[in-house]
Design a protein around this ligand. Structure first.
Ligand code: NDP
Ligand code: GDR
Length: 324
């Protein structure tokens, strides 16, 4: 009998890590997750999987801990999802963001090269690398123009992954993922902030929702659909890089309209503008061309933008108790 496939997921406690762990378990993988030590350990997103995944302590800042995690897991596949992923924090903590999101990838790749060079490696690259976009829609060959310390760190991480592939022959692939959301999205990201805000207002717990740039446009998909693309990338004969996106662009204003309407509210009566939420440099628009992923991976998104936002608004409404 052949041994089960083993996967190591960094960032398993994050939005994508939790969906990916579910996906891999369904396919019979032994799943190992890298977790950081905290005084109050909160594994909310993977609580339902705790009995089925093996958690290993480690941090992208600590190379020895990464080596230990690889020795313990002996993975066939490594998914590097860990990062400081919130763009505004990358202006207030630019060096830490570069350490986690940029250099952390080199630390991990170096350990992979030394300890398990046959393992397949997935790097979570980002559409934020396109920043001030050079062409519309963005594809794998579009030049990068990052607009935040986060985008710059991800561009470094992307290039170093390609570099390790070309220098050492590692099987290393980058998924250039456009924004993807879910009811498990971090509460500070715009879709979740709006779904939580609309739910609080519908439940009588708040009256207004302060927002930043409503004109920003993004290509938003469902995280559950996107983790499948990560896995498909590592099943190809040869490593490669792929844009993963829906190909549709919508504004933050539309997110507000749909989320509030799903709960019977008119967003215009509640959303206010707070200049403090504007960014030092904005990414005005992003929209991806995922035709390479469609052709080579047979991947396409299943969830529409409207379904996604309505699902998030209803999930937060159901989870919010009424004001007493
Ligand atoms: P989250 O912010 O939800 O999760 C980030 C994860 O990284 C958490 O598990 C966090 O652990 C972990 N982490 C952070 N710093 C470290 C560190 N120093 N050492 C070890 N673990 C660490 O992100 P998402 O799930 O949304 O995104 C997953 C990846 O995909 C990220 O790299 C992100 O930048 C990238 N990406 C995301 C997109 C999106 O739209 N969601 C689009 C494109 C790329 P803890 O729980 O302890 O904080
Ligand atoms: P983004 O996601 O920066 O695209 O990065 P976010 O949801 O934070 O912002 C999207 C757009 O919405 C505008 N916006 C606001 N954003 C937040 N967070 N809060 C607000 O109140 C608000 N008002 C308007 C922003 O200005 C922006 O234009 C996400 C992250 O998941 C990254 O890790 C990932 O790499 C990229 O998506 C692709």
């Amino acid at each position: 009998m052949s041994e089960p496939r083993r996967a190591l997921v960094t960032g398993i406690t994050g939005q994508d890590g939790s969906y990916l762990a579910e996906f891999l378990l369904e396919r019979g993988y032994e799943v190992y997750g890298l977790v950081r030590r905290a005084s109050l350990q909160r594994f909310e997103r993977i609580e339902h999987l705790r009995e089925r995944v093996e958690l290993v302590h480690g941090d992208l800042l600590d190379q020895a801990s990464l080596a230990r995690a690889l020795d313990l897991a002996r993975p066939h596949e490594i998914y590097n999802l860990a990062a400081q992923s919130f763009v505004p924090t990358s202006w207030t903590e630019p060096v830490l963001t570069a350490e986690f999101t940029g250099l952390g990838v080199t630390r991990l790749l170096e350990c992979v090269r030394q300890r398990c060079p046959d393992a397949r490696f997935y790097q979570a690259s980002s559409s934020e690398m396109f920043g001030k976009v050079r062409e519309v829609p963005q594809r794998e060959s579009t030049p990068f123009y990052p607009r935040s310390p986060y985008g710059a760190a991800k561009a470094y991480a992307h290039h170093i992954t390609v570099n390790y592939r070309e220098s050492y022959g590692l099987y290393a692939s980058c998924g250039i993922l456009f924004n993807h959301e879910s009811p498990r999205r971090g509460r500070e990201f715009v879709t979740r902030k709006v779904s939580l805000g609309a739910a609080a207002i519908a439940r009588g717990r708040a009256k207004t929702l302060p927002m930043g740039n409503l004109d920003a446009r993004r290509d938003w998909g469902f995280a559950g659909d996107y983790v499948e693309a990560m896995w498909k990338m590592l099943q190809l004969d040869a490593p490669d890089d792929f844009v993963i996106a829906t190909g549709e662009m919508h504004s933050v204003r539309e997110v507000c309209e749909i989320a509030f309407a799903a709960l019977g509210l008119d967003w215009r009566a509640h959303v206010t503008l707070d200049p403090k939420l504007l960014r030092p440099a904005e990414v005005d628009q992003l929209v991806g061309d995922a035709s390479k992923a469609r052709a080579k991976l047979g991947w396409q998104p299943r969830t529409t933008f409207r379904e996604l936002i309505e699902r998030m608004a209803r999930a937060d409404y159901d989870a919010t108790p009424p004001a007493s």
